[in-house]
Each structure stands twice: as C-alpha cells, then as structure tokens.
Design a protein around this ligand. Structure first.
Ligand code: FES
Ligand SMILES: [Fe+2]
Length: 342
C-alpha cells in the first residue's frame, strides 16, 4: 500500500460518470477530489455537476433531492437550486437567497462520458477534454464503431500520472503485455496541456521480426492527466479512452472504454451477429490488456527519482516535466494546496 506522493488534486478534465448513469430527472451521487458531489439532469436535458450539500442547512442533495423541471429541489425544506448552483426558490419566502451558491463544475459530455473541469484555483478550462473520434481528424465517428465496452475499477491506490507514464515506457510492453518485440516511439510532443504520443507496436509474430517491418501502431492524445484517447492502425480497428479520477488522498477510480470498428464487407453483412460477437471478444481482449497495467499501477509505489536506464531518460524526463504543470504547486507536490485552499 503506497499513498502517491503526487498531489491528488491536479487541474484538468476528469471523468466522474457515464452519461447513461444520469437519465433525465435523475440525481447521481459520487465522491471525487475529496468532495461529495452530485450529477443531475434537468427535464430539458441539461446536466449539472455540483457539490452535494444544500447551502441552507446542509442536506445531502443526492439523498432525496428531486429534479423539478429545470431545478433541483432539496428534500429537507424544499429550497430549489438551478444549474448554476444558485438558489431560485425558498417556498416559504417571497424571494430566494441570492447570496449563497453551491459550487458547480464546468462539465462536458463526450464519447458517452461525463467530464468535469477540476481546478483548485477555479480558473476557467484552458484546454479541451479529448474526443476519441474528432481529435484524430480522420472523419471517424461513433457510427462506425460498435457500442462502447467498459471497465470500471473503483478505489484503487493509484495516481492518474502512472497511466500517462505508460506513454513513454517502451520496456513494459514486452513484460506486461507480452508483445513479441519492444515498441518504438515515433512521436513525443509534450509542449502543451494536451500532449501526443505515437508508437509502432505489434502483438503478432515472434521476437525475430524487426521493428522496421511492423505496420501497426497506436496514436495517443493525452488531455491533461485525467483522460487519454487512443487510435490504433494496422490492426483490428479500435479506439480507447482511459480516464483516472482521484477520489481522495489515496485512491482513484479507473474507467477504460473500448470501441471496435464495424467491419465493412460481405461476410459481416451476412452474419451481423457473428461480427458483433467477434468485436465483443476483441474488445474484451483490449480490456484484458489494460487490466494487466492496472494490476501493476494499483500496487505500485511512485519512484522519484527513478532508477532509469539511459534509453528511458529522455521520455520519462519529458513526461514528468509536462505533468508538473497540472499540480497546485507546479512541482507535483501537495503541500501548497492546503495553504491555498480550504
Ligand atoms: S437543507 Fe436544503 S432546504 Fe434546508
Ligand atoms: Fe501498458
């Protein structure tokens, strides 16, 4: 058991739910970044994520709060709160309390996920949450893929940065994922909050092949520390989203999503059930591979400074320097966040 030394309150976009967990009129309860939170969907479809406690006398709005049209009504004394967290009605007074506000979070729904912007300094979002289709600018969309397959693991003792470090860690593929040869990175772009990593990789053949002969790979886009999307090429068409969200000072929730491309061609058209079953099977295989990483991450102790091989130096230095920008003190630490935030 190893509590991460990196701050568990980084800035950025983080997944807190899936869209289908918050139907119209529903109130969904969750805890992230040490805060009790709720997500609720108004009759008109608008989704709000806010802190869970009513500003009146502190009822938890996730336990009995009800959606009434476009507002959320507290179960305790019937005060109503809108999607900006503002009180709009005290049922036994002429006017609402205009001063008090429940903290709300910038929220986007994308790729069936609910992402919130978390920032201890309450700055507006300054980069976008990645989109597993649009951001690859290749004309792809969900219509070309089977429905998303999911993995959800809660309360693991791991930090979002561990997952991103996979993007420079060429050596682990052979040992964790049993690839026949070590992959080669072809792009490491850590210039901005959204970073890019491409690598050539194969899961087929034996260790006699040369990396120059491999015609398959993965492109990854990391939207901060919380969300990474990938696109494969030269193998069964798949897209993935990994999303790691801190729950408290020691643990994170892990969500992983896979889309498998719908096959073109006659045999798939003749036997759509078989094609769908094969896609489901392949999706499970991708999830199984990700689970192999999770098994390491969930028991890992963050090593700083690590004992790097010389070939690992450049990549790990680049990604760890990039990661620092998301931490409250700009270094990865969490001491400062206590001073600047109550
Ligand atoms: S505690 Fe919510 S209305 Fe009183
Ligand atoms: Fe991995």
């Amino acid at each position: 058991m190893a509590k991460p030394p990196l701050s568990m309150k980084p800035t950025g976009w983080f997944q807190v739910a899936w869209s289908d967990e918050v139907a119209v009129g529903a109130v969904h309860t969750m805890k992230y970044f040490d805060q009790e939170m709720i997500a609720w969907r108004a009759e008109g479809g608008q989704l709000t994520v806010m802190n869970a406690y009513c500003e009146h006398l502190g009822a938890h709005l996730g336990h009995g709060g009800t959606v009434v049209g476009e507002v959320l009504q507290c179960p305790f004394h019937g005060w109503q709160w809108n999607g900006e967290g503002r009180n709009v009605c005290i049922p036994y007074e002429d006017r609402p309390n205009r001063g008090r506000r429940i903290k709300t979070y910038p929220v986007v729904e994308r790729n069936d996920s609910v992402y919130i912007w978390h920032d201890l300094q309450d700055r507006e979002p300054y980069f976008e949450a990645p989109d597993v289709f649009a951001d690859f600018a290749d004309g792809s969309s969900a219509a070309g893929y089977y429905p998303q397959q999911r993995l959800f693991r809660q309360g693991l003792e791991m930090h979002p940065q561990y997952v991103l470090e996979n993007g420079v860690d060429f050596a682990h593929f052979k040992y964790v994922h049993q690839t026949p040869i070590v992959p080669v990175f072809t792009r490491h772009d850590f210039d901005a909050p959204v970073s890019f990593v491409d690598f050539t990789i194969t899961f087929e053949g034996d260790d006699a092949q040369s990396i120059e002969d491999i015609n398959s790979g993965v492109e990854a886009i990391n939207g901060g520390l919380g969300i990474a999307v990938t696109k494969s090429w030269g193998m069964i068409d798949n897209r993935t989203i990994s999303a790691i969200t801190p729950v408290d000072e020691s643990t994170s929730d892990v969500r992983f999503m896979v889309y498998i491309g719908r096959p073109q061609g006659d045999s798939a058209a003749r036997n759509p059930e078989r094609a769908a079953a094969k896609a489901a099977e392949f999706g499970q295989e991708v999830i199984r591979q990700f689970s192999q990483d999770v098994h390491i991450w969930a028991h890992q102790r963050y090593s700083d400074p690590p004992a790097l091989a010389s070939s690992e130096h450049q990549g790990f230095t680049a990604i760890r320097n990039w990661a620092k920008q998301f931490y409250p003190d700009g270094r990865g630490g969490s001491a400062a966040e206590l001073a600047t935030h109550s």
